[in-house]
Design a protein around this ligand. Structure first.
Ligand SMILES: [Zn+2]
Length: 76
């Protein structure tokens, strides 16, 4: 626990189109590489970041391709 990936090169692990969802701000973004939220005004970090693919598997009502700055609240 608390282990951090310090390899900067690993940040490019997600290919283009790799959307992620942030549990902190409930928005989808790209560019965080699965490690941090793609929005500067959010402190979401690994642990609250989920791949869009994973979130959609659990919540199939979500769109295949999300939009930026749209809040996607996950229904339980
Ligand atoms: Zn966020």
């Amino acid at each position: 626990m608390g282990e951090k990936n310090t390899t900067a090169a690993g940040q490019s692990a997600q290919s283009e189109g790799g959307w992620q969802w942030c549990g902190q701000c409930e928005r989808a973004s790209r560019g965080g590489g699965g490690y941090s939220c793609g929005y500067d005004d959010c402190e979401g970090y690994i642990g609250t970041i989920w791949t869009w693919e994973y979130v959609r598997r659990e919540h199939p009502y979500l769109p295949e391709v999300p939009e930026r700055n749209v809040i996607y609240t996950l229904k339980k």
